[in-house]
Design a protein around this ligand. Structure first.
Ligand code: PMT
Length: 402
């Protein structure tokens, strides 16, 4: 991955900032990683915050900075444990001699080491220190210990140090750090695959100010798009009305109505390897759209007409097709019927009446049904985890076909 090809969309990175003058350069690292699409979470030691304020990182990354090992989140979970579970990579820059020593010995007494100890994510360590400290046998032994355990070390370079002396110990420049981060991720299991994802709800206009819509927030579709991008796919997202921000780095096109979404799917799907239709598409639209706002008067009857069934309209294309079935009753039989009628490879049966499931929530309870008769019933999971399970199945289908 080099130059303009770098894309960290959907990657979750913990950036541990320890107390060294090079911390000011790490502000630029946080900015660049965020611009490449990564979700960057900063953890700082107390001494780091004497060099750079947490507000700087919070403003750039749009994520709260972890400065307190005892911090609890809104669900009363321990933040460093939850963060440690969720990140894909831990980058420590600047890694001071002290921090490297603590990491090597499993001491967990600051927001960085405590999160690193609680996390299975790989470690990328970017040392920065005085040249005598770097050359010291204790530091070299600690670095070796971490390397033997699988940590990657981006070695310091020779240059001017905080003391004014010149020697080995100067932290690598932000560009080199970003390159090293990108290199950690490699191409991903869906590299080379083009995946089209739809999200959100369509809105069918009645007149210039009113529409028929639904409660979709776009969270489920966006989670699929982000997870596919995280696995290296070339993702295009078509979205209707959504209430969550788009991810920088994912190609996205606004398709407000069912007709707009149908036209875009028909145009793009023929060049794609898979389509995941998580959007809540209207089945009906007003037969005609009033050119002026309809005046309040007596009761009004709207005549509705069917929209194009998007999935059915591309049934002849060879790409893998995944639909959702949002149901309030007879979940599995209704989903099986849609799987067959729309000629899908997979359908995600979604009980939208279950607690914590369906429209607007951060979690979802689904059963994935396959054309081959398979049935995978999942517990209540976050939408990101549901997206991962769906893409595991899509990957299996790619493997079977190749
Ligand atoms: O966006 P969130 O708030 O996160 O909520 C997620 C969700 C509940 C919207 C999502 O999980 C979900 O279930 N999406 C499908 C909603 C839906 O339209 O279901 P359906 O059973 O009516 O349609 C079946 C399938 O056909 C869907 O994949 C749908 O996108 C597709 N469809 C529907 C109508 C139409 N005209 N053309 C279609 O292709």
């Amino acid at each position: 991955m080099a130059g303009g090809d770098r894309d960290l969309t959907g990657r979750r990175i913990l950036l541990g900032v320890a107390g060294g003058i090079a911390a000011y350069k790490v502000v630029e690292v946080a900015r660049r990683l965020t611009r490449l699409g990564a979700s960057v979470h900063v953890a700082m030691t107390h001494s780091a915050s004497r060099f750079v304020g947490s507000l700087t990182f919070e403003t750039l990354t749009r994520n709260k900075v972890l400065t307190d090992v005892m911090e609890l989140d809104a669900a009363s979970e321990i933040v460093h444990v939850e963060l440690g579970k969720r990140v894909d990579l831990i980058v420590i820059a600047p890694a001071t001699a002290n921090l490297i020593a603590r990491l090597a010995h499993g001491l967990a007494e600051d927001p960085i080491t405590v999160t690193a100890l609680a996390s299975p994510a790989p470690l990328l360590i970017i040392p920065a220190m005085d040249h005598h400290m770097w050359a010291n046998a204790a530091t070299q032994a600690n670095v070796e210990t971490l390397r033997e355990r699988g940590a990657h070390i981006l070695l310091p370079v020779r240059g001017e140090l905080a003391s004014g002396e010149v020697g080995w110990g100067r932290m690598q420049e932000p560009e080199a750090i970003v390159e090293a981060v990108c290199a950690q991720f490699g191409p991903g299991p869906l590299a080379g695959r083009k995946i089209l994802v739809t999200a959100g709800g369509t809105r069918e206009p009645i007149d210039p100010v009113r529409y028929i819509g639904n409660h979709s927030s776009g969270k489920m579709g966006l989670a699929v798009a982000q997870e596919a991008a995280r696995r290296g796919a070339d993702v295009t997202l078509l979205y209707g009305a959504i209430s969550v921000p788009l991810s920088a780095g994912i190609k996205a096109e606004h398709t407000p109505t069912a007709a707009d979404m149908a036209a875009a799917v028909q145009r793009i799907a023929k060049d794609c390897d898979a389509l995941v239709m998580a959007a809540a598409v209207a089945d009906y639209r007003p037969a005609s759209i009033a050119s002026q706002k309809i005046k309040k008067g007596t009761d009004l009857t709207l005549q509705l007409t069917s929209t194009t069934d998007i999935l059915s309209s591309i049934a002849g294309l060879p790409l893998i097709k995944v639909g959702f079935a949002a149901e309030t009753e007879q979940l599995l039989s209704a989903a099986r019927d849609k799987l067959r009628r729309k000629q899908l490879d997979l359908i995600v049966a979604n009980d939208v009446t279950a607690e914590g499931s369906g429209f607007g929530s951060n979690t979802n309870q689904v059963t994935i049904l396959g054309r081959d008769g398979s049935m995978e019933e999942l517990p209540l999971l976050t939408k990101t985890e549901v997206a991962a399970r769906i893409l595991d199945r899509v990957q299996e289908l790619f493997d079977e076909r190749s």
